[in-house]
Write a protein that binds this ligand. Structure first.
Ligand code: FRU
Length: 494
């Protein structure tokens, strides 16, 4: 094996900016056959700095085309995170009766000798997001006392025929409503005395989902990202609540007293959801920023810094204890980029190992199924003394990623380590011991137990750490094992 050190951490099938810094995804919206991804961007620096909205579009959620910057700082401040909507009925009056795109974002103004000012503002586009005008009446919403008042997520309340905004307010979230996106009425505040408060509350989201795929049973899901704090090795991460929402107030389910995380890896932050069709039965999609404020400014990429998770589809499932939990799966569109390399059924570990032994792969998808109660693990991006271990441990009842020895990690003392997600029993059956692993040049995303247990972790292996192996319980048979290379999407800067 070559001992040459080579690093190319540009993802093959995850979006990253052509150059310089990126953090949160913003303004995810589907309009006229295109998905729009905006993102927190510092176009002239490799670290966080004056924030702009970068912009990319995709027709299939796999190939992304980077477009010119959508929003740049102005006299009201930098352009922080926010959302975008299709104003189908021209409630704003910006579009002469036609549908158009409106971005709702935070202006962050640094002020000499006092705290920064955060207010909510609008911009609109009459040409499918190619060019943007800021609304002359900005800002549209300020708060007399909150210093942290940011990251508005706006959606249409079809029942009450008005817009709803959920916005982060320091250690809580606030809900407002509006007929036209311009004038906002306070409705309620949520979060005091519930959930995790070991960091600032940021990037909230609120959306309905059917429970167990049954459209007649619906619950609301609230996502709240929690900023980094030196007190917690996990750094920044995203919690969620399930409950009811009547257009004014969110009432959490009783089980929401137990803190639940969207992802049990370290690198899925500030994620947001969106829906790909105007109808309410559209898929609920999600994308997150694959990093962590603990070390986001230090990761060892060159020329660019930051990547997104793959787009995922969200669902809700009833667990054995009667509570409702989120599940995630990579969007089905990713399957179109697959090139099958290994397809095995009922394979012993020795047979599986034989099929994997000759492979040298940086970017791929691995799917494995084993009988409930099985323990097994894959070593991915392995070679030259490096490996990332991804497995299911039946005795501990968890899926895990161990990146202690995954490659470069010296940029932060808390980067290495093992991360685990509990496998929860479903209403009618114990946890299943399947694993889907998405491996790319600088990341692993793990979906276990039908997407209930999810871990997203950055890794920085040497390019020739491309080996793959499997180990498991004595006598274990993998009901199925598939490996797919993921093709670099054509025509897009991913
Ligand atoms: C979350 C966050 C947001 C803010 C943005 C600034 O990562 O801190 O709260 O709007 O990043 O870039």
């Amino acid at each position: 094996m070559s001992t040459m050190i080579q690093h190319d951490y540009r993802s093959v099938y995850h979006f990253s900016p052509r150059e310089k810094w990126m953090n949160d995804p913003n303004g995810m919206v589907f309009f006229q056959g295109e998905y729009h991804l905006f993102y927190q961007h510092h176009p002239s620096g490799m670290k966080w700095g004056p924030m702009h909205w970068g912009h990319a579009v995709s027709k299939d959620l796999v190939a992304w085309e980077e477009l010119p910057i959508a929003l740049a700082p102005d006299e009201l401040g930098m352009i922080f995170s926010g959302s975008a909507v299709v104003d189908w009925h021209d409630t704003t009056g910006f579009f002469g009766g036609e549908p158009g795109l409106v971005a709702i974002f935070t202006h962050h103004l640094e002020r000499e000798g006092q705290a920064a000012l955060q207010t909510q503002s609008l911009a609109y586009s009459k040409d499918a997001g190619r060019t943007w005008s800021k609304y002359a009446g900005n800002p549209v919403l300020a708060h007399p006392s909150f210093v942290d008042f940011r990251d508005p997520k706006v959606f249409w309340d079809a029942e009450k025929e008005r817009w709803v905004m959920i916005v982060a307010c320091g250690q809580t979230v606030c809900l407002y409503h509006s007929p036209d996106l311009k004038s906002w009425t306070f409705a309620s505040e949520f979060g005091e005395g519930i959930g995790f408060h070991g960091g600032v509350w940021e990037c909230p989201d609120l959306f309905p989902l059917p429970v167990d795929g049954d459209a007649s049973r619906q619950k609301w899901v609230m996502l709240v990202s929690i900023g980094d704090s030196p007190d917690y090795p996990e750094g920044s991460r995203t919690q969620y609540f399930t409950g009811e929402f009547d257009g004014e107030t969110f009432v959490p389910d009783a089980h929401s007293r137990t803190v639940r995380w969207l992802d049990y890896g370290r690198d899925n932050y500030a994620g947001v959801s969106w829906s790909d069709v105007p109808a309410e039965d559209g898929r609920r999609l999600f994308i997150g920023w694959m990093s962590n404020w603990k070390y986001a400014n230090l990761t060892p990429t060159e020329g660019f810094r930051g990547a997104m998770t793959v787009p995922r589809e969200l669902s809700l499932r009833t667990l054995a204890d009667g509570s409702t939990a989120l599940a995630q799966q990579p969007v089905q569109e990713l399957a179109a980029a697959r090139v099958p390399l290994v397809t095995l059924k009922d394979a012993t570990i020795a047979e599986a190992q034989q099929a994997l032994a000759g492979l040298a792969l940086e970017s791929y998808e691995l799917r494995a199924e084993a009988a409930p109660g099985s323990s097994y693990a894959f070593r991915v991006r392995a070679g030259g003394g490096e490996e990332t271990i991804v497995g299911v441990d039946a005795s501990l009842g968890e899926a895990y990623v161990d990146r202690s020895n995954s490659g470069l990690s010296g940029f932060h003392e808390q980067f290495g380590g093992r991360h685990a997600a509990k496998l929860e029993a479903g209403r009618d059956a114990g946890p299943s011991h399947d694993l889907t692993i998405l491996v790319d040049r600088a990341s692993v995303e793990v979906f276990a137990n039908d997407g209930q247990a999810v871990l997203t972790d950055l890794i920085y292996p040497n390019a020739d750490a491309a080996g793959l192996s499997v180990a498991g319980d004595e006598g274990l048979v993998l009901a199925s094992l598939a490996i797919y290379a993921i093709r670099q999407p054509a025509g897009g800067s991913v």
